[in-house]
Design a protein around this ligand. Structure first.
Ligand code: SF4
Length: 429
């Protein structure tokens, strides 16, 4: 394996967020422990749903691209070092590093080299060869080129655990400006096919489970289709799209495509970027606030317009979106922890979903006091201005809220200075 090619293609793959890992993380701390023949930038620590860190071989099959997306360092008109790998190269490398315990799987992406079908065929061939010829049981995440033929898109789902189509920008109007030739409708058609494939495989599996067949043989016979679902990525800060636009686009994608996740990738200005694209990267905290707001919409019942209303379409950076909403809505507080329904408790800053379930359980036995909240590890000083408990009355939210905001903003500023590489998928409670 040509080490230079591998370094070029691993470096280019860093722009892809959807393997759910940490930007700039991975092998940084472990690099000295890796064997000399291993390119450390090609190993990436993905974060599994249970929080486990999963090392993956992450690379592009090729960084030659026929498109000219203004925000991308691989665009046709740019001049980065170019490289491409063959199917056999990637298969051999994956098997070798997997056998040596260096990685648990493969995240394979690619620029559009020659044309969509040619690129997709090569990527599918990698996954097919791994599964069919080598009976590879490790994790495989394939990026899907939306312009590829429907047969190839479906075959990607057949061999991969997870698939992703990167939407990148929230509207067709924005794509027309920064990514000419990319069609949102085409992306949606590819995602529709993947969504339907996942749903069909799920339905077949459900029906077999219902038959209560205790043998494992039927499981092997079941059609397999991206069991870890599909995800996408939106680029943050490449143009003047507001957080409200990004979150609304994500919300629509979750609803239509039943995505597992939308990843927000902070824009990094490429060298010699065209005038149409932003010249500076967005603030580090913006990506984090978007993940928090996304989580609140999916898990806490907030609507996008509540967190990013028309009069303030960008999320504040100094405090998290839930606290910002609470401070904008003093009429919703205080919430009585001994009487309020679950939906209102979920809106209290500092109360996570598990905390709310525990409060509901505790109050079935006795009236909840501040000490009970402390025992439940609630960040009490954050929650107190917004609640009434058995031993705590209502506070004037204006004063308490202002003090809290100033204190948290100071803490956020300190954290932002330390936090060069924020963890993805950070939740707001
Ligand atoms: S399609 Fe656009 S974003 Fe993707 S690699 Fe090519 S230029 Fe970059």
């Amino acid at each position: 394996m040509d080490r230079r090619k591998l370094a070029v293609l691993a470096d280019a793959a860093r722009l892809d967020a959807p393997c759910g890992g940490r930007r700039g993380a991975g092998t940084a701390g472990r690099a000295p422990l890796l064997p000399e023949d291993v390119e450390p930038t090609a190993i990436y620590e993905s974060v599994a749903a249970d929080g486990r860190r999963v090392p993956l071989l992450r690379l592009l099959l090729s960084n030659h691209c026929v498109h000219d997306c203004a925000y991308c360092p691989l665009r046709r008109s740019a001049d980065p070092p170019r490289a491409r790998l063959g199917v056999r190269d990637v298969v051999r490398l994956t098997l070798d590093w997997h056998r040596r315990g260096l990685v648990e799987g493969l995240f394979l992406s690619s620029a559009v080299d020659r044309d969509a079908d040619h690129t997709m065929e090569q990527m599918v061939a990698v996954a097919r060869t791994l599964r069919r010829e080598h009976h590879f049981l490790g994790y495989v995440h394939l990026k899907v080129i939306p312009e590829a033929s429907p047969e190839l898109v479906r075959e990607a789902g057949r061999w991969a655990d997870r698939v992703s189509v990167n939407v990148e920008l929230p509207t067709q109007r924005r794509l027309d400006v920064l990514a000419p030739g990319r069609r949102l409708a085409t992306m949606h058609r590819a995602m529709d096919r993947l969504r339907d494939g996942i749903a069909e495989a799920h339905e077949v599996s459900r029906r077999h489970r219902a038959m209560l067949d205790p043998s494992r043989a039927w499981r092997r016979a079941l059609p397999r289709f991206a069991p870890a679902g599909q995800v996408t990525q939106l680029v943050v800060g490449a143009d003047d799209a507001t957080d409200a636009e990004l979150l609304a686009a994500a919300d629509a994608l979750y609803a239509r495509q039943r995505l597992r996740r939308v990843y927000y990738g902070a824009y990094v200005p490429p060298p010699g970027a065209p005038a149409a694209v932003a010249t500076e990267a967005p603030p580090v905290l913006r990506e984090r606030r978007l993940y928090q707001a996304d989580w609140l919409v999916r898990q806490y019942g907030f609507a996008v317009h509540e967190l990013a209303p028309p009069e303030a379409p960008d999320l504040p950076l100094d405090v998290d979106p839930k606290l910002a909403w609470a401070l904008r809505h003093p009429e919703a507080f205080p919430v009585d922890v001994n009487r309020a329904p679950r939906e209102l408790l979920l809106r209290v800053p500092g109360f996570g979903r598990r905390t709310v379930e525990r409060i509901l359980a505790v109050r079935a036995w006795h009236r909840v006091r501040v000490l009970d909240l402390a025992r439940l590890r609630v960040p009490v000083s954050r929650a107190l201005p917004f609640i009434v408990a058995a031993d705590h009355g209502a506070q004037a939210l204006d004063d308490a809220g202002r003090t809290l905001r100033a204190r948290l903003a100071a803490r956020t500023r300190g954290a932002a200075q330390l936090e060069l590489f924020p963890e993805r998928g950070v939740r707001a409670a």
